[in-house]
Design a protein around this ligand. Structure first.
Ligand code: FAD
Length: 404
């Protein structure tokens, strides 16, 4: 039996690791298009901006793959899946046969349809190569412009401010990180960024990016006519799932590669996990989450299925996520987007806990600098049945006490 994994990021590495731990003895091959050994992405917008130490990013040392007989093919892009003959084709014109194929091909940055959005001096952040370029530019910059007030743009702006480069962050919607967090958390981070010297413009969509012949961005023009200038311009306008390979192979894709509760596509020999996968949840909807947690938990679930044949129970895990912005550690358990009522409970200093309810049942807990509440929330949200607002109020909102 040969399992081939396309992509060599968080989901892929967890999968090959778990497959060996779960006793899979067949051939394992992982094909990734980046030139490096698999590395962690979250530090790229956080600690790496400061220390630049790529060796600390590796997900596993080279020796791990060798000793576990996992073949890692780097710098090689898979261009085609031949489902009839069960092989993949690479940009080196090689073909690799498979019995089971796992697509762990992640997501890619969105380039909005704006004049100038393809300017080569416009920076983006997804890969180690991008982060290295940004670090070089940061070292000589005084002022940055960040297009997009989501997690990655804000993490960058916080790290840049620590290095005395302040940013103007332009966000098209009326609040920061709007798709993923509650209004109270958006407001908290708006205050935080302003307090460290960043300028945040809300309801401020970009109309045009104007470049010069010398390979520089001259200005970023907003829809209201305002023109921004800065030596470093980061485009952080969101990501989309990588689906081209799957679409070309005729697999069903809808905001991600569509998979069932066993992470199987409409071809029973092909699976998808991580940022690229739209997974059928126990609520009967397809959901795609861009987080290390989702990539890791889906990989572990698929490994049990492939190595041990443990099917039956559909994939389910409490989503959780974190974002470090300066000294503000945001942690999210559950999905705030599922809530229709929020209750913000400020704690000591900069601590904040926001409880999200759907019809009086707890569905999310966002915390800032309150790791204990976050861990308790993860335990509570994983319990069968849901916790009511009345119960939480009766216990004085003490999540840690309720979780004991
Ligand atoms: P990836 O890790 O993106 O791996 C996919 C790999 O597949 C890539 O190397 C890609 O180049 C490769 N690939 C794609 N197509 C092909 C092909 N055709 N052939 C070969 N290889 C291919 N998540 C959090 O939970 N917390 C955070 O704080 C956080 N911070 C982040 C900061 C940054 C800067 C970024 C970019 C992401 C962050 N994330 C964070 C998101 C997290 O990194 C992703 O959710 C996670 O990496 C998803 O893992 P994956 O394996 O699905 O995809």
């Amino acid at each position: 039996m040969r399992i081939v994994v396309v992509g060599a990021g968080h989901a892929a590495v967890q999968l090959v690791t778990s497959l060996r731990q779960d006793g899979f003895e067949g051939t394992l091959t992982m094909v990734g298009d980046e030139p490096h050994l698999p590395y962690q992405r979250p530090p790229l917008s956080k600690t790496f901006m400061k220390d630049g130490d790529a060796s600390r990013l590796l997900l596993k040392p080279e020796s791990f793959f060798a000793s576990n007989q996992i073949e890692v093919i780097k710098g090689t892009r898979v261009t085609e899946i031949d489902r009839a003959n069960k092989h993949i084709v690479t940009d080196r014109d090689d073909t690799i046969g498979y019995d089971r194929l796992v697509l762990a091909i992640g997501a890619e940055n969105v380039r909005p349809p704006l004049t100038g959005a393809d300017h080569p001096a416009l920076l983006e952040l997804r890969t180690l190569a991008h982060a290295e370029t940004i670090r070089e530019r940061l070292a000589v910059a005084k002022q940055a412009i960040v297009i997009g007030g989501g997690f990655i743009g804000l993490e960058f702006a916080a790290m840049a401010a620590l290095q005395r480069v302040t940013s103007t962050v332009t966000e098209a919607s009326s609040r920061l990180m709007a798709r993923a967090v509650s209004p109270a958390i958006s407001a908290h981070f708006l205050d935080f960024h302003r307090s460290i010297g960043n300028t945040v413009l809300l309801d401020a969509p970009v109309a045009e990016i104007a470049g010069s012949n010398e390979g520089r961005i001259e200005s970023v023009r907003l829809a209201d006519g305002q023109s921004l200038a800065g030596e470093l311009v980061l485009l952080a306008a969101g990501v989309k799932p990588s689906t081209t390979l799957a679409e070309k192979a005729g697999l069903q894709c809808r905001n991600g590669i569509v998979v069932d509760g066993q992470l199987t596509t409409d071809d029973p020999a092909i699976f998808a996990i991580g940022d690229c996968a739209a997974v059928l949840t126990i609520d009967g909807i397809h959901q795609r989450l861009e987080s290390v947690q989702a990539a890791t938990d889906q990989a572990k679930h698929l490994s049990r299925y492939l190595a041990k044949g443990e099917g039956g129970t559909s994939y389910h895990a409490v989503p959780w996520f974190w974002s470090d912005q300066g000294d503000q550690k945001l942690q999210i358990a559950g999905l705030p987007s599922a809530a229709n009522y929020f209750e913000a409970r400020p704690g000591d200093g900069s601590c904040l806990t926001v409880l999200g309810y759907r019809d009086d049942h707890l569905v999310s807990v966002e915390t800032v600098n309150a790791a204990g509440d976050h861990m308790a929330a993860r335990r509570l949200l994983a319990l069968p049945g849901s916790l009511t607002r009345a119960r939480i109020e009766a216990d004085g909102h003490d999540l840690r006490a309720i979780a004991k």
